[in-house]
Write a protein that binds this ligand. Structure first.
Ligand SMILES: Nc1ncnc2c1ncn2[C@@H]1O[C@H](COP(=O)(O)OP(=O)(O)OP(=O)(O)O)[C@@H](O)[C@H]1O
Length: 358
């Protein structure tokens, strides 16, 4: 799985750019503010249908323009597949996959699995559980085809249940929702648990390469007390949920808790150490994915040479090389990246939003 062509139009400071990346290491080289991260962000958009820097589309559309357009070709199941995405300020989205109009942005994630390592990525560990749930679900989504429809159905059932809670006089008024909800929640939770059981050892060995001084403990919180039977626990929580106006237990509350000596990592690790741990999590997930899927994951590394000290850059380069994945790296200077990844690097020079191949 590799991107063979990317065209970017009216995206941040990039008016028009075309790249033909290598299946291996691609370096996006340029001065501060030249547009390196914007290119990475455009590739991220193609893989996930959203930015990693802003949730507002209008922020990434070039100033004074109405829309951005992205186009890519990538190798998929032995043939080159085209992909196009256009997003407008008025909210319109046009997505085309292999020449056909596609309805859901989630189809992008199926086609282009991406792992991003960037300077603000440590919020995965310092922020709320939502980011960590997405981390787990990224992996489950790619290995378990029935995960996504299951999750969509659960979200719908929860919405209906929450609406019903507002008018319910007794538990009998919402019991109807809980039969289907419970069985689906249990199945989804089993998917997550199985996936984390597989991924856990990959995470721990990768983390030991970056932070050998710590012994990490991973704990999957499924979203409710695991000793409780979900259907009866939902019933027990009825009064509380009614008072809150929403369902307070379930897989929508799940979390991946990572601790050192019983303490959450966010409370003990330095910011640099948190960044290293997030690197380890993303690398482990990408490597695990590449071991079980034919649709190989692509790594996007934003500015890691100025973010990680030189000793810690080594395990990062080692794991990327081992994964055999395509990688896009932004940097201000090329020497260190060449030292780490060898000479077989394709270099693109970025200057004032213009991209040229060196
Ligand atoms: N919507 C937009 N339209 C046009 N230009 C924009 C837009 N949003 C941001 N910019 C500008 O795009 C430029 C490129 O930003 P980018 O973050 O890609 O730079 P970079 O090369 O990664 O820099 P650094 O090395 O400093 O991180 C910046 O000058 C920024 O002000």
């Amino acid at each position: 799985m590799a991107i063979t062509q990317v065209n970017v139009s009216q995206f941040r400071n990039i008016t028009n750019a075309k790249l033909n990346p290598e299946p291996g290491v691609n370096l996006l080289l340029g001065k501060n503010g030249s547009g390196k991260t914007s290119l990475l962000e455009a590739i991220h958009f193609l893989g996930l249908g959203r930015s990693f820097r802003s949730h507002l589309t209008k922020r990434v559309i070039q100033y004074e323009q109405d829309a951005f357009t992205l186009f890519a070709k990538f190798m998929h199941q032995g043939s080159e597949t085209p992909l196009g995405l256009r997003k407008s300020k008025n909210g319109d989205t046009v997505l085309k996959i292999a020449g056909e109009k596609a309805e859901r942005l989630s189809q992008l994630a199926e086609l282009l699995p991406l792992q991003l390592i960037h300077p603000e990525g440590y919020s995965l560990l310092t922020g709320g559980p939502k980011g960590r749930r997405s981390f787990i679900d990224w992996g489950v989504f790619h290995v378990e085809p029935s995960f996504f429809p299951q999750w969509l159905r659960i979200k719908r059932l929860l919405k209906q249940r929450n609406m019903a809670l507002k008018t319910a006089k007794s538990y009998r008024d919402i019991a109807y929702w809980d039969v289907e909800l419970s069985s689906r929640c249990l199945q989804l939770t089993a998917f997550r648990r199985d996936y984390l059981t597989q991924l856990g050892s990959e995470i721990l060995t990768t983390a030991a390469d970056f932070l050998p001084e710590f012994e990490f403990h991973l704990d999957f919180f499924q979203g409710w007390d695991k000793t409780k039977d979900l259907p009866s626990y939902l019933e027990q929580n009825f009064e509380r949920d009614r008072a809150l106006g929403y369902t307070s237990i379930g897989p929508h509350k799940a979390d991946l808790r990572i601790k050192v000596a019983g303490v959450p990592v966010a409370d003990v690790l330095s910011r640099g150490q948190l960044k290293l741990l997030v690197c380890a999590l993303r690398l482990a997930q990408g490597k695990y994915h590449n071991g079980v899927s034919d649709n190989k994951c692509i790594f996007l590394l934003d500015d890691f040479t100025s973010e990680l000290d030189s000793e810690k850059q080594l395990p990062l380069a080692k794991h990327i090389a081992e994964s055999g994945a395509q990688v896009f790296i932004t940097a201000i200077e090329r020497e260190r990246v060449e030292e780490l990844f060898g000479q077989k690097i394709k270099v693109f020079h970025v200057e004032h939003g213009n991209v040229s191949e060196l």
